[in-house]
Design a protein around this ligand. Structure first.
Ligand SMILES: *Cc1c(COP(=O)(O)O)cnc(C)c1O
Length: 380
């Protein structure tokens, strides 16, 4: 019997995608999966079929988790709705309320807020301390300490964590070590391979790479990732299929982007070091054989007019994020570190003259020229 119009609009003839093999993975833009019979549905619960409901799992987010896990050399990975939800899931998988976590004071601003404004309220005990001395970290360890949390390259002064030291301290005291590897990416550093237990990423940054997606990834061993995945599902932090698809598309070009961006950043850092208007250049050394990252921070001399500098950067825009293919600048004091107490900011050296640069894939000569023009314009 022919169906009526109102039914036809919903159940019109749709082609069978299975017969044709798409070069790229299709987007499973669906909130759930269908079953032909009750037995068929049971096959999900027996583990034969993988997908039931997108908040639990979906092929596109699964690809992202698995892809990053592979690059990090970890057995398991899961995607989430943002870097923050990946961090939250990882912390909750590794530590229970009442337990003690040690974190560095130069944390990404959002992560600092997560610990200070949320996790403390849940009953977690948090110490925010100086990680530049491993002795300082060791002295903070107590009976209820379970987790050491840090970032492979910290923001905005680009301190490269001594991962080997931190990981061996964790092993000695039987603590879980969790590393935010957003700034370095697995192209430069693979903390899991070095012995870290959990690695998290804001895929919003280099993994996505094009500033068009908000996503997170967490990788580690099967057991910890199963726990983290449960948190992502229960807390509503699942990633949408389209966002996952975009992040996977970005991941394909991670190597070529990082190669160019690191080379450009290095050239820019070398040039900045020769400029008398720059008080200090922050660019890490010996991060990896492949390069030292694509972020450069500078401290301008006091006589440089900040407002003129920022508004004279031509095509380099002020953007409160990083890692896209375009070179951008940010002002940590006005954005990422706005909520960090002044006392901590000062002790970290985040002063009024600090400018953070996310170096893109453009021609390095043009990038240098944009900064040269701004410096010349801003000399008082
Ligand atoms: C951006 C960022 C985060 C947070 O990621 P979102 O995707 O914005 O939630 C965490 N850590 C670092 C180092 C970041 O740069």
């Amino acid at each position: 019997m022919t169906k009526h119009f109102n039914t036809q609009t919903v159940h019109f003839q749709k082609g069978d995608g299975e017969k044709n093999v798409s070069k790229t993975k299709p987007i499973y833009q669906t909130s759930a999966f269908t079953f032909e019979s009750l037995e068929d549905m049971e096959s999900y619960f027996s583990g034969e079929k993988e997908y039931l409901y997108t908040r639990y799992s979906n092929p596109n987010p699964d690809d992202l988790g698995a892809g990053v896990a592979q690059l990090e050399g970890a057995p398991a990975g899961a995607a989430s709705s943002s870097g923050m939800s990946a961090i939250l899931a990882g912390v909750m998988a590794a530590a229970n309320p009442g337990e003690h976590i040690i974190v560095p004071e130069d944390l990404y601003g959002g992560t600092y807020q997560l610990f200070e404004q949320e996790l403390k309220g849940f009953g977690y005990e948090i110490s925010v301390i100086d990680f530049t001395s491993i002795k300082n970290v060791e002295e903070e360890i107590k009976d209820n300490t379970v987790l050491l949390y840090s970032e492979s390259i910290a923001n905005p002064l680009l301190r490269a964590e001594n991962l080997q030291e931190l990981i061996s301290l964790g092993k000695t005291h039987n603590l879980t070590v969790m590393i935010d590897n957003t700034f370095a990416t697995p192209y430069l550093i693979q903390p899991y391979k070095q012995g870290a237990d959990i690695v998290v990423h804001s895929a919003t940054k280099y993994i996505g790479g094009h500033s068009d997606v908000t996503a997170g990834v967490i990788v580690g061993n099967e057991e910890l990732i199963a726990k983290a995945k449960k948190k992502i599902i229960n807390l509503g932090g699942s990633l949408s299929p389209f966002e996952a698809w975009l992040a996977c598309r970005g991941l394909k070009t991670l190597s070529v982007r990082m190669e160019r961006q690191c080379a450009n950043a290095n050239e820019l850092a070398v040039w900045f070091r020769e400029q008398e208007d720059i008080k200090k250049v922050y660019y890490p050394e010996a991060v990896s054989e492949r390069g030292n990252g694509a972020m450069v921070s500078i401290e301008l001399e006091e006589y440089i007019d900040l407002h003129t500098f920022f508004s004279s950067l031509d095509w380099v825009k002020i953007v409160p994020t990083l890692a896209g293919v375009e070179t951008t600048v940010s002002y940590p004091l006005g954005t990422s570190h706005r909520t960090v107490p002044e006392e901590i900011r000062n002790s970290l050296g985040i002063t009024a003259g600090i400018v953070r640069i996310s170096v893109g894939i453009e021609e390095s000569k043009d990038i240098i020229e944009a900064f040269n023009g701004a410096l010349q314009a801003a000399k008082k």
